[in-house]
Design a protein around this ligand. Structure first.
Ligand SMILES: [Zn+2]
Length: 236
């Protein structure tokens, strides 16, 4: 005798932040949650990133090309899917700025928004060199060993910048940055003056991201704390 099929899965509308396309999501099922938990336990950033991308693409009902999903799209969609799957309240441990003790703070995932703006794509570096910037896709970041590998934080930031530059325009050519070997790209970035590099940093810092301000009273010393959490991983 065959067991009955269980699920008449509910669907919820959600808007993809970068494209404003409306799609429908469903909660993840136990099989998918298991894969996620195994990835989280591994603490391997690449395995975690891949399992998150897989979850997001399989829980969107419509066919969405994952090459169009930016990093903040995937983080936002994942939070929405997680909220519909295991509930919108997430408990996070927050450290007090005064006494450094932890207090458990409850965050409502449904209130988390995307904050930031996409600045003009072109950054003038010198009179005849212009950088064309882009919003890196989550997929590109997830498979970039220099971002999700074992390197230090600075290496990661440079690798993210590498992924965010679409092309270098000179007076007579346009060099696609994805064709530039990583070492050469880093050398190019490192040869910039602080002023030139600041323009790139500004673009990166303004880039839309998941942000949420939480405030709480420390349960050990009573100090009122306010902090802005950034990035999906801050909310679990
Ligand atoms: Zn305290």
């Amino acid at each position: 005798m065959a067991l009955p099929k269980l699920n008449n899965t509910p669907k919820y509308p959600v808007v993809i932040p970068s494209t404003k396309q409306e799609v429908q999501i469903r909660p993840f099922v136990v099989k998918e949650e298991k894969i996620l938990l195994i990835a989280m336990e591994s603490q391997d950033p690449r395995q975690i990133a891949n399992s998150i991308l897989d979850t997001v693409t399989s829980c969107i009902i419509e066919d969405v090309d994952d090459r169009t999903l930016t990093s903040y799209d995937v983080e936002y969609l994942f939070l929405q899917i997680r909220s519909k799957s295991v509930g919108s309240m997430s408990k996070v441990m927050m450290k007090c700025k005064e006494c450094e003790s932890d207090t458990e703070v409850v965050v409502n995932i449904d209130e988390i928004k995307i904050d930031g703006e996409v600045l003009p794509k072109k950054i003038k570096i010198t009179d005849d060199i212009v950088l064309e910037m882009k919003q890196p896709t989550y997929r590109d970041i997830a498979k970039n060993e220099n971002v999700v590998g074992q390197g230090n934080n600075m290496d990661r930031i440079f690798a993210l910048i590498h992924e965010s530059i679409d092309a270098v325009q000179t007076e007579d050519e346009r060099i696609s940055f994805s064709d530039v070997p990583h070492g050469e790209a880093i050398e190019f970035l490192e040869s910039m003056t602080t002023e030139q590099f600041t323009k790139i940093r500004e673009y990166m810092e303004k880039m839309p991201a998941i942000k949420h301000t939480v405030d709480w009273d420390c349960e050990h010393c009573g100090t009122h704390n306010t902090i802005t959490l950034e990035g999906m991983q801050s909310f679990f």
